[in-house]
Write a protein that binds this ligand. Sequence first.
Ligand code: PMP
Length: 404
Amino acid sequence: MFNVDDIRKDFPILSRKVNGKPLVYFDNAATSQTPQQVIDVIVDYYSNYNANIHRGVHSLSQEATDKYEHARQKIQKHFNAKHAHEIIFTSGTTHGINLVANGFSSLLKKGDEIIVSALEHHSNIVPWQMLCERTGATLKVIPMNQDGELIISDFDNLLSDNTKLVFVNHISNALGTINPIEHIIKQAHLYGAAVLIDGAQSCPHIKPDVQALDVDFYVASAHKMCGPTGQGMLYGKESWLKKLPPYQGGGEMIAEVTFEKTTYADLPHKFEAGTPNICGGIAFGAALDYMNSIGFDTIAQYENELLEYATQELLNIDELTIYGTSQQKTSVISFNLDGIHPYDVGTILDKLGIAVRTGHHCAQPIMDFYCIPGTVRASFAFYNTKAEIDALVAGVKKAKMMLA
Ligand code: PMP
């Protein structure tokens, strides 16, 4: 049985105060908090078996290697990848996207087209613009509507035999919209285009099945799903990962090095140059164990209740606009008070111990679409409560009184 009071006991940070007030942490879409179970794994690594992996014959190195590779298997199982070597450890979503964008440098030419959506984080825009600069390929954009949804009929019309790659997020970080990725993947494949899904915001709420989706690449960050920062994963279909050239050169990613010619290691090591974030990978596995022990259906159901409650309560405040009103959304609410800068609202909420994000959320094209400088974004996780939402609503009313 899901009991939020019990869950909250797992997160030491939730009992601290900020500015003399109990912390209300509503910046989960930026970074989630870390349960004791994951903190213990990190402490255990540095206390008991910190060593470099894949190299030493000594016992500590072996132990660290086994735990690291076991974490890879946990990630494989979680995402239902066919092979463990289709999981590449990265430093996060941004790294995964850049790795793929770099790999496509040798596969694209002038006249080729690649498709992005209007709802993207800058990390799923800029690496592709850089790819276009290198190759002469053209970037096309799936437009959005006022509700913050993609206009899918326009996507269908953008596809052609020139389309080589489509990359969209599963869930928008700025608005919380869940995009119809099943349709996008199917349609793109009709034209032989590969699809990369940015799962940074979906993985904290949904358990994606990469084989059922038939997706070519799927990327995620551990720090948004109860794991550490500086750690993420790229799933790639074996056939694609074999086709793409390595991203970085260095130790670990080679088979043989001479000054005349270097050959590369097999997957996954071909894409993992240098000493990785060993502890981070192991802790990522522990974070997945933790979230799975609660269950993603349970998490989604509870977060939906929080979303509905918060939406109703915030909409009771006059002159408050919510951006992103799709029926298909997760527990993210982006809003503004008429005529008041989001930064000012965020500053007052912080004084009350309430952590929200303010600004453009690394999604400036979305802000441009709504002709606003930014929003206040409250994003909820399964360890938040309705009482915390009441505190947010009271804080927003107070901010309105002080600033209007
Ligand atoms: N894509 C989306 C949708 C995100 O929300 C984020 C993080 N805000 C990223 C990409 C980048 O993730 P990271 O900073 O962990 O690489």
